[in-house]
Design a protein around this ligand. Sequence first.
Ligand code: AMP
Length: 378
Amino acid sequence: MPQNKVLPGSTIGIIGGGQLGRMMATAAKHLGYRIAVLDPTPNCPTAQVADEQIVAAYDDLEAVGQLADTSDVITYEFENVDLEAARLLETKGMLPQGADLLRITQDREQEKRMMAENELPISPFAIVHNQEELQQAIQQKIELPVVVKTCRGGYDGKGQFKIENETDIEGASEFVMKNKRCIVEKWVPFEKEISVIFTRSQNGEISLFPVAENEHKDHVLHQTIAPAQISETVKQKAIAAARTVAEGINVVGTFAIEMFVQREEIYLNEMAPRPHNSGHYTIEACNVSQFEQHIRAVCGLPLLPVYFHGAAIMLNLLGDDVDYYTNNLDVVSSAHVHVYGKGEVKPKRKMGHLTFVGTQIQQLQQLVTQQTKQHITS
Ligand code: AMP
């Protein structure tokens, strides 16, 4: 595909104005771009660093048209962009990532079918629409324990129901009835969760970031460690799977794939066609961040080769954590601090993050434990 070049000085439109849009915008501003953002919340995190904001709902087609009129190219910070709007932008030649990436990643059924078609390692799954199909799936296809997830709209563990044993089936049936189309997946007793983040340019060049390891608390990402502490075999499997996805669905931009690791096997879980929370460490720990590579890909600039300092730990600041850490910067004196500028602090809401960078992961882990222990134990 010929590169669609959008040069510095031009305007990049971003659909969605949260922290991902903000960090994309910051990277783009360094390169000399203007930023327009579409988001319903006035002065949202991205608007604070952008040149202009269109205050409207993401699925307001007129507002998307307005964003297109004021921009030279458009990208997004989340996958739940209105598909009709995305197709319209693609037709106008303004969405280098294309609408198809969104069609696949907005829907777990599409995502899993694509992975199965490409013979990627996934845990067994079935699509169910009612109680009968759920029973059938459990009796004939997938042994307990399983997890039932909504096909659309779930994130951070929302829209999930785990069935450990027969007694959970009734609750799960109600969950399916309420949500109509669901995916039932075999529960993977994984040892680790990892993510592979890469960027693919419009002419098919792929640049990979180090594979990272993720620890969740209550289904929300708590900590990312890079590089992931995994064997070379697992790493190569993870990278090969990421390359298959990248080529298979013609990815453009930064893209993330979450995977489970059980012994020497990997199982692909979820994908995101955008920079990812587990890639925030790249801002300080690599010569080029997941956000800058994304902007480069979308604007048709060359991708940079990725160099990594050797070790990074990123901690999410959820809810009140952000106040604790911003008031105690002398305690976390080695951390790079990011505060997203969200108006309201809510429990579990991602308000900011800390990144610690070093050259050696064990030493860095000790340092992070020392500097964060006071908060953890209090
Ligand atoms: P998801 O929304 O698919 O990313 O799932 C959120 C979290 O639930 C994952 O990060 C895992 O910790 C857990 N989870 C989801 N699916 C499975 C599965 N099939 N087996 C084991 N754990 C899972």
